[in-house]
Structure formats: C-alpha cells, structure tokens
Write a protein that binds this ligand. Structure first.
Ligand SMILES: [Zn+2]
Length: 200
C-alpha cells in the first residue's frame, strides 16, 4: 500500500480520514481515551520456518532491508523467532525477538497500516511477555529512535520505562541525519525496558 501523498510505502493509517501515509507525511493528533480500538481483534500466532518469506517481505516493506541493528548488534529478521498477527491466513504484522541473557529483546514490531488501531501492538507485546515468562526471563527490552513517537507511545503505554539514551547514535550509524517520523531528524537511540514480573 502506497502513501496517499507520495510513492513511498504507507507506514501509518489516518483513522479519521482513511488515508495511508509514509513516515514523512505522518503527523500526530491527540484523541480522547474513549475512542478505543476499532474492528475485531486480530489473531496472534508463533512464526514457523515456513513463514520466512512473509517475514522478509514485511521487513522489506517497512525497512527496505531484512536486517535491523539495535543494542549494538545486527539481526537477520527472517531467522529470528517471531509472533505474527493477522486475519484469517493473511499476515499483517510481526514482532521479532532475540533472547539475550536475562532479556527478551524486541528487535522489531510492525503492523501494516490497514489493520492499525485494532489493538495489534498490545496483543503482540502480550505474546512477547508471555514468552519471556515461559522462558523465566526477567526483562523485556526494546530500542527505538527519538523521532519514533508512535513507538515511544506504544511501549510506555504498555509499561516500559526509558533505561538509556544514546545521543547521536543514529547519526553515526547513518553517516548523517535522516528524516524520520513526521520529518523529525533521526538522531538518538532510546532504549526501554519492562520487568517481566511487572505484568499489567
Ligand atoms: Zn508520503
């Protein structure tokens, strides 16, 4: 799905006007808490090796590449364990993770704009939390960037706290400032974590 205003892939959905937008053409708007989620809940399941192609396709859609760097490491998304979310047989989003020492590291969490606003992010985070409990891990960790206000919103709403800020980390990585969400320059890596015992 393309952005309403340009030829980039749409990353977000404007729920009021039913427009689909890329990072550059997305803006934030405050809405009342009672707006809630719309539509019926999406289904979450664990990815299998047969899902590698769809995971690679989602990674290319959102990131233009199948590798992601965070916490000073590079991850190959099609080969990471993941939870998938969708409707019927159609996969519409994913949460990929890596287990590191006592932590479950959420390497990526992306949901196609067509099904945003239906509680999919929370459902994927709940699946990750259950997995961390099952493995007796003590923390969920995630890394995002200063511009990614929707991600900072989602994670903090779920109970994550900022644990570390690395100013300028992405400028070093990209070799300059790139435009991120709503054209905000991508500069800093922001790391968050949530204790596994701290279940809401
Ligand atoms: Zn656009």
């Amino acid at each position: 799905m393309k952005c309403t205003f340009c030829d980039e892939n749409a990353q977000y959905r404007d729920r009021r006007r039913e427009q689909y937008v890329c990072l550059k053409h997305a803006r934030l708007e405050v809405v009342a808490a009672d707006e809630g989620s719309d539509g019926k809940a999406l289904r979450v399941r664990r990815a299998t090796p047969a899902d590698r192609d769809i995971i690679a396709a989602l990674a290319l859609y959102f990131w233009d590449e199948t590798t992601v760097e965070c916490f000073d490491r590079e991850y190959d998304l099609p080969h990471l364990p993941a939870f998938l979310i969708g409707e019927g047989n159609e996969i519409m989003g994913l949460l990929s993770y890596a287990v590191e020492d006592d932590a479950l590291n959420i390497v990526t969490l992306n949901i196609l704009p067509q099904v945003q606003g239906r509680g999919g992010g929370k459902a994927l985070l709940e699946a990750a939390m259950a997995e961390a409990q099952r493995r007796s891990l003590t923390r969920l960790i995630v890394s995002t960037t200063n511009d990614d206000l929707p991600a900072l919103y989602l994670y903090q709403r779920f109970g994550f706290r900022i644990s570390e800020v690395l100013p300028g980390r992405l400028v070093e990585h990209h070799g300059g400032e790139e435009a991120g969400f709503a054209d905000i320059p991508v500069r800093d890596e922001i790391r968050l974590e949530k204790a596994v015992t701290d279940v809401r």
